[in-house]
Design a protein around this ligand. Structure first.
Ligand code: NDP
Length: 333
């Protein structure tokens, strides 16, 4: 399939363009709001066509799908335009600025019979899939709690809109808490009901939070504790899932690369859990292509993107107000 890129972004350059090509896809065209940047970017990435207007990219009938990785406030309008033009959509997280916007994007794609996926890459990793399989197989018994550790040190080249521009969707909650929401939903197979939270701004940026801690209640009664930050150089990442009959420790697994280690601890002792080390983004695109071919769902559907956004926004609202929030998934709309 031929793809159009919407957004001349870092994530596309560092991971997704390579992943598309590794999955046998053609990256044919780029739309960016900044013509000079777009031309340099397209030349560096070997992309033949540059369109300053999104509608010109979408008018190309040979383009079957678009990958949207612009800043967050642009996702909604760009996705709706792509769907209206009959393109399948792989959209970056967070899908939009509000749950209602995100739900509208997904409903439009469903109505048009198009595949719409959210690029929540972590659920594509071998480590996360191995842990989910252990949980599903009952290896740790009834799940009691999940602790997510995702405090990173934001690299200097990403310290732009993410830490300075609320209007573009900046802040650690839409950036990383949304991923952690998706990880919890993926691992446990259920959606948080309510959250309590605190957030902080250390001065790395302006006008948005750079750290958050929250506790979520799951329908099963399991509890989830989540920590995200842009300001922690040495914290490392990972999660622990504790069950009535065992615990799983996953360290260094909240990454873009297939890294880390997983350990299962039960009454029988401790055992390393092997997992495949495939490229997370290639896996996501492979699953997307299967869905386009009629063979099932993308790794993270549009509805997953809406639900994970709903959790993240509930965390921010709980932190802002100091009041426990029920998660509003917008499912009645
Ligand atoms: P960038 O800041 O690299 O790019 C975002 C937009 O900023 C670009 O699309 C482009 O606008 C503009 N831009 C970037 N560099 C320049 C430049 N040198 N000159 C002019 N304009 C520029 O963002 P990220 O790649 O970090 O994030 C993009 C999206 O991807 C976000 O939604 C983010 O949440 C998501 N993301 C997802 C990850 C994942 O693993 N799933 C990881 C990282 C990010 P234009 O659109 O006009 O081209």
């Amino acid at each position: 399939m031929r793809w159009g890129l919407v957004g001349a972004s870092t994530i596309a350059a560092e991971h997704v363009i390579g992943a598309l090509r590794a999955a046998g896809q053609q990256v044919s065209a780029l739309h960016s709001g900044n013509p000079a940047h777009a031309r340099d970017y397209a030349a560096a990435q070997g992309i033949a066509a540059v369109h300053d207007r999104l509608e010109d990219l979408l008018a190309d009938p040979g383009i079957g799908a678009v990958y949207i990785s612009s800043t967050n406030e642009k996702h909604r309008d760009q996705a709706l335009a792509a769907v209206a033009a009959g393109k399948h959509v792989l959209c970056e997280k967070p899908l939009a600025m509000t749950v209602a916007e995100a739900a509208g994007m997904v409903r439009a794609a469903e109505a048009a019979g198009l595949v719409f996926a959210t690029n929540h890459h972590l659920r594509c990793s071998g480590s996360h899939r191995a842990v989910r399989d252990l949980i599903r197989a009952g290896r740790i018994g009834r799940v009691l709690s999940l602790r997510l550790f995702h405090a990173v040190h934001l690299p200097p080249h990403l310290r732009g809109w993410r830490i300075n521009d609320a209007g573009a969707g900046g802040g650690v909650i839409p950036d990383i808490t949304v991923h952690d929401a998706d990880v919890a939903r993926f691992l446990l197979g259920e959606d948080p009901v309510a959250v309590v939270a605190q957030m902080g701004a250390s001065g790395m940026g302006q006008g948005v939070e750079d750290s958050a801690m929250s506790v979520w209640t799951m329908p099963s009664g399991a509890m989830v504790q989540s920590h995200e930050s842009f300001t922690h150089p040495f914290a490392g990442s990972g999660f622990e899932v504790h069950g009535a009959e065992g615990s799983i420790f996953a360290r260094g697994v909240m990454t873009q690369l297939p890294l880390g280690e997983v350990e299962l601890v039960t009454a029988s002792g401790r055992a390393a859990v092997p997992f495949p080390a495939h490229n997370l983004y290639v896996q996501g695109i492979t699953d997307f292509l299967s869905a386009v071919a009629g063979g099932g769902q993308p790794a993270a559907t549009g509805r997953d993107g809406v639900a994970s956004l709903a959790v993240a926004l509930a965390v921010r609202e709980a932190a802002r107000t100091g009041v426990r929030q029920l998660v509003d998934y917008g499912r009645s709309a």
